[in-house]
Design a protein around this ligand. Sequence first.
Ligand SMILES: Cc1cc2nc3c(=O)[nH]c(=O)nc-3n(C[C@H](O)[C@H](O)[C@H](O)COP(=O)(O)OP(=O)(O)OC[C@H]3O[C@@H](n4cnc5c(N)ncnc54)[C@H](O)[C@@H]3O)c2cc1C
Length: 370
Amino acid sequence: MTGVRQYETDIAIIGAGGAGIAAGVEALDAGASAIAFEKSSEVGGAAIISGGGCLIVGSPLQKQNGIHDTPDLAFKDWIAWGGPSADEVWARYYIEHSLHDLYHWAEGLGVKWVDLKVQEGNSVLRWTRAERNGLGLMTHLIEGFRSKGDEIVPETEITELSIEDGRVTGGEGRDVKTGDPVAVRSKAVVMTTGGFNSNLDMVLEFKPDLGNHKVLEGSGRGATGTGHRLIRQAGGYLTHMDHIWFYVYATPDYRDPAQRRGLVFRLVPGNIWVNQQGRRFHNEARSGGNSATPALMAQNPRHAWAIVDTPMTATMEIADPYYRDGDKVVRAKVVELLDNSPFICKADTLAELARKMDADAPTFLATVER
Ligand SMILES: Cc1cc2nc3c(=O)[nH]c(=O)nc-3n(C[C@H](O)[C@H](O)[C@H](O)COP(=O)(O)OP(=O)(O)OC[C@H]3O[C@@H](n4cnc5c(N)ncnc54)[C@H](O)[C@@H]3O)c2cc1C
């Protein structure tokens, strides 16, 4: 114990992921001082391992690709997709500001928007990907935050909010490594602690029907819902807790001693998914939680193989900090996963691969051929 580490700032940001870093950049631009507290040693949250695709309406990229998009069309899609629980005021605000407050704003910080991808619920291409996905997007945002002169304090978890006269005036926490106490005093606190998909108990609390399935934790390691508890304690309320989005294109993390984590892989163009019987069952371009997940859950057993050849793995990324060094993907570690995971089979011929997968060889060979 070395005594209490103390901080004083205009704005305390709890959680240095996508929302926290963006809030910090905005605070600094508006002339306030800001400090972001991050419980992980890695900054960037789930956002840095994400696909980095953002819904942007009326972008130059859409125009270059001959896509005519309008806020009205995007709003119609959003409401049709979100159903009765969609927040119409927020949807309209977000859509009308996405071009200037997100696309151009991020470009101003060095982000390069590179392409558009099909995304469920959108009638035109508007899911806009940043160069190097979430890693590229967040690297520029974090650099922007730091270059404006303010601080990100890693390995520091905020565990309590301080409340005086009904107002949040800072927080208390601890150094994750040493356990030493941390005290923060601020004019305002921005709570950006992310989601809770890496807390299976909490996932099952809000989605008990998933209790019969094998669900892996695949979000940012810090997405454990700590902020939800703090917000409740401070008198805030939470909504839409059962709206949880699951991806299926992941493989169990064989390095996780608890065997709870999943690793999302991406940038493997042309990979096809086959079920245990060796049959393709879904359009892999529609990889989101609303169509790919139910399609996989309808298989028996409920898993699939993603079939790739060696050249297709050249650009493969694994959504986990172990597989990169700073903002660079460590290719050798991707190869290490492909070589060593007991959940991945390798073979020199498709027939041998079918045998290793224990799939029906004629069906599998015909699927790949087709
Ligand atoms: C594999 C994957 C792919 C995705 N792809 C996309 C995509 O393409 N497009 C898209 O829009 N969304 C995508 N998402 C979702 C997106 O990443 C999240 O919605 C987004 O990152 C949420 O931002 P956030 O700032 O709220 O949380 P995060 O980015 O997770 O940041 C929260 C941070 O708070 C920290 N924290 C938590 N509690 C505390 C505490 N008590 N004290 C201090 N720090 C704390 C966490 O460690 C974390 O760093 C994807 C998610 C995953 C996992």
